[in-house]
Write a protein that binds this ligand. Structure first.
Ligand code: PLP
Length: 406
């Protein structure tokens, strides 16, 4: 049984008030709150176990290294990677995707080669590819969503041409909540010799992920959305692709030897982890992932499916709210506008007065907003600790906003 009261009690911030009202935190798509076990792990790491990693022979350095390195195994379990050496630890998805852009794509792609993207990518999965377009003459090919916000995997597969080298695609849209059938896409791409990068920033929060089953070459996650610290994250890399990659950032830790005229790199995955890492952040992420796995990813997915269905029904009852993306295969993420002149920023300000935290704006998804023909939306994004009562609070606050702007 999903003990929502216990889960809520694990997140201390959820019991605070905002603007004199109980906090209703529906901005999980931007960043999620942290359970006490993660906060405690961070405090313990700094107050009792802190040192730099991989560098010393003293007690604390060994302890910190052991704690930090054990997170690699936790991430491998979380993503069902075949081995922990397939995991590069980093500061999050933005670094992960740039690692692939600089480390794999730049040396492999040339002018006229193509990268296929969906129109609903986050800027983190667009701008690094624009670098290749600007600097190397690579072409970006866009696959658009259907009217209901779904993405037809066949259209992505059909976009593959003789010059296509990479498909970079989200598994779950941060704006629409649309879940993409990345498995079908990755398997078809693999048969055609095309590499695949899956942006799992949102998906890994809401559903079990199995990178081996998906069959992708690269899978990026970001810790702060996974109830862990900011500046933590990871990149799964298929071992054959790791061998094809050159390191992206150079510095300490990623080398075996450095001389005046030569450098010998460390073995992967260390080769892709230069400098002092986010030691405590990663330790916190390990605890956050253990926490999620303890609750059970299937259980989280089932709880959020209930929230999604309830919120869909309640929003559908407001005929002055337009929700973008209504496909059935969708996470509990709702982007909407209110009919009439009210701007998303004004609506979110009114919701805030009622203690309801949502995000308003373009959600780092310029091409999607242009495709949808909207300049900004409000986004309510749910997490493992949200409740149907909080959906009701959102609806009441929206009614107030509607009354004010009608
Ligand atoms: C789908 C998606 N991709 C990438 C990112 C970027 O993540 P980060 O800023 O943690 O690197 C986000 C964050 O909002 C996202 O939602």
């Amino acid at each position: 049984m999903y003990d929502i009261e216990k889960i809520r009690a694990d997140f201390p911030i959820l019991s605070r008030e905002v603007n004199g009202k109980p906090l209703t935190y529906l901005d999980n798509g931007a960043s999620a709150q942290k359970p006490q076990v993660v906060i405690d792990a961070i405090t313990r790491a700094y107050s009792e176990e802190y040192s730099n990693v991989h560098r010393g022979l003293h007690y604390l350095s060994n302890l910190a290294t052991e704690k930090y390195e054990s997170v690699r195994g936790t991430i491998a379990r979380f993503l069902n990677a075949a081995h922990e050496d397939h995991i590069v630890m980093n500061s999050g998805t933005t670094e992960g995707i740039n690692t692939i852009a600089y480390g794999w794509a730049m040396p492999h792609l040339e002018a006229g080669d193509e990268i296929v993207l969906s129109i609903m990518e986050h800027h983190a999965n667009i701008v690094p590819w624009h670098f290749l377009r600007e600097r190397q003459g690579v072409t970006l090919k866009w696959v658009e969503t259907e009217a209901d916000g779904s993405l037809d995997p066949q259209k992505v597969i059909d976009a593959i041409g003789p010059k296509t080298k990479l498909i970079a695609i989200t598994q779950c849209s941060n704006v629409l909540g649309t879940v993409v059938d990345v498995k079908t896409i990755c398997h078809a791409a693999r048969e055609r010799g095309v590499a695949t990068l899956v942006d799992g920033s949102q998906a890994a929060v809401h559903m079990p992920v199995d990178v081996q089953d998906i069959g992708c070459d690269f899978y990026a996650i970001t810790g702060h959305k996974l109830y862990g610290p900011s500046s933590s994250g990871a990149l799964y890399i298929r071992p054959e692709r790791m061998e094809e990659m050159r390191p992206f950032i150079g510095g300490g830790d990623m080398i075996k030897e450095v001389g005046r005229d030569q450098v010998i790199y460390n073995d992967a995955p260390m080769k892709f982890e230069a400098g002092t890492p986010g030691i405590v952040q990663m330790i916190g992420l390990g605890v956050a992932l253990d926490y999620m796995m303890g609750v059970g990813m299937e259980n989280i997915a089932a709880h959020e499916a209930g929230l999604r269905a309830y919120a869909s029904d309640r929003l559908a009852g407001l005929n002055w709210v337009s929700v973008q993306g209504q496909t059935a295969d969708k996470a509990a993420i709702f982007s909407f506008t209110l009919d009439g002149a009210a701007h998303a920023h004004d609506i979110s300000t009114i919701l805030d007065k009622k203690g309801v935290a949502v995000r308003a704006g373009q959600h780092c998804a310029g091409p999607l907003m242009e495709h949808l023909g909207v300049s900004a939306t409000c986004r309510a994004s749910f997490g493992m600790y949200n409740t149907t009562e909080e959906v009701d609070v959102l609806i009441d606050a929206l009614e107030l906003a509607h009354d004010l702007f009608a």
